[in-house]
Design a protein around this ligand. Structure first.
Ligand code: NAP
Ligand code: FE
Length: 365
């Protein structure tokens, strides 16, 4: 058995009305909260209301930044951090999908380090953040239990993980906020969680604990597949998908993500393909490329599939397959992926330019 280290320092609370029930937990983080959220979903699904009520109950002041965009840009992080500085906030509550949760981590680092500027999010040394509390309202990224934050950098025309490591202090998981999530968001995000489980399981950094979580997450995903196909998202199914997403976050917190995530970023940046869908489009060809056939078999068994063709059919059916890239573009994206040393090193074997090109081509043309 290989040696390993394991760190996941977030307190996870999972259940209906958990924010209201555990409202006093906010008290120890300070007198003023900065709520960081997207433009509208948290106002409609009740999550913002529950957080505001919990803060009021404990006489904690708050201000709200509700302008987080999808695939958050450095410019937006900078703007929010200015407001947080002016408001003198003590801690951040991120509410929403991966975009507001990741943004909270970037803003938190800038608020903790008054002299840091937004470019320092990508630079050494690693910096701390003010406390972050996460309220996920999508079941996909697992950002509530990962130390990562991915930002769109228009200067280098792609998305990139920041340099720092910020685990939220608490993750409040309540599936009631996900009950009215549209089909496309539900499907794209659950495929992101599946990609985390699969990439994490096949990563060179996987260990016995991350594999145990990945296998459990994939088995639960297998149980959900009939409901996903039928667009039958009961409360119990939503609850399971939220747990899968958090388990998958715990996996990648150890193992990182690898080829599909790195290869998906240009599909999002240049073609607007949602993050989870971008990974999902690449997943079948990636699995067929992976050398560790024993682990690939184990993935298929966990998700109750006989072969990769079945998985490809499922993904095409739920995500929708379109032709949106040219061969020239694939060449360009291949060049940029082959320079993405961080993602390549998470793949346990050497990856050539031709391998990347082939995965793109098989997936997208
Ligand atoms: P998202 O970009 O946070 O949100 C997508 C859309 O879903 C937004 O329009 C949002 O609306 C809406 N939405 C959120 N919750 C909803 C709900 N309960 N009901 C209805 N609509 C809802 O999507 P995401 O897929 O969760 O996050 C993607 C981001 O996370 C990407 O930037 C990706 O790179 C990153 N990511 C991070 C990690 C990590 O470990 N940190 C891992 C994977 C991916 P509003 O804007 O109105 O809220
Ligand atoms: Fe992801």
């Amino acid at each position: 058995m290989n040696d390993f280290q394991y760190l996941m320092s977030t307190k996870v609370l999972y259940g209906k009305d958990i924010i209201i029930k555990e409202a006093e937990l906010f008290k120890k983080f300070g007198k003023k909260a900065f709520i960081v959220t997207g433009k509208s979903s948290s106002k409609k699904n009740g999550s913002l209301n529950d957080v505001v009520n919990a803060l009021k109950k404990n006489n904690i002041e708050y201000c709200i930044f509700d302008n987080v965009e999808e695939n958050p840009s450095l410019e937006m992080i900078d703007e929010a951090a200015q407001i947080g500085r002016e408001e003198n906030v003590d801690f951040i509550i991120g509410i929403g999908g991966g975009s507001p949760l990741d943004s909270s981590k970037g803003i938190g680092v800038l608020l903790k380090n008054k002299n840091a500027n937004v470019e320092d999010l990508y630079n050494e040394p690693k910096l701390d953040s003010i406390p972050i509390i996460a309220v996920p309202t999508t079941a996909g990224t697992g950002s509530e239990v990962t130390p990562y934050a991915i930002f769109t950098n228009h200067k280098i025309k792609t998305k990139k993980n920041f340099m720092h490591r910020v685990f939220p202090k608490i993750a409040f998981l309540d599936a009631k906020y996900l009950m009215h999530t549209p089909y496309n968001v539900t499907v794209n995000t659950c495929v992101d969680a599946l990609s985390h489980l699969v990439e994490g399981y096949l990563s060179s950094k996987a260990n016995i604990l991350s594999d145990a979580a990945a296998e459990k997450g994939m088995r639960l995903f297998g149980e959900c597949i009939p409901y996903i196909k039928e667009n039958n998202f009961t409360y119990e199914v939503r609850k399971k998908l939220l747990l899968i997403s958090t388990l998958a976050g715990m996996v990648i917190a150890q193992s990182g993500t690898s080829l599909p995530h790195g290869m998906g970023y240009p599909l999002t940046y240049f073609h607007g393909i949602p993050h989870g869908k971008a990974n999902g489009l690449l997943l079948k060809a990636y699995l067929e490329f992976c050398e560790d056939k024993k682990k690939v078999e184990s993935i298929l068994e966990c998700i109750r599939m006989n072969n990769t063709d079945e998985l490809g059919e499922l993904l095409n059916e739920i995500l929708g397959k379109e032709n949106f890239v040219s061969e020239d573009e694939i060449n360009e994206y291949t060049n940029s992926m082959i320079n993405n040393k961080g993602k390549l090193k998470n793949h346990p074997y050497k990856v050539n330019r031709e391998d990347i090109f082939k995965i793109y081509k098989e997936s997208l043309m």
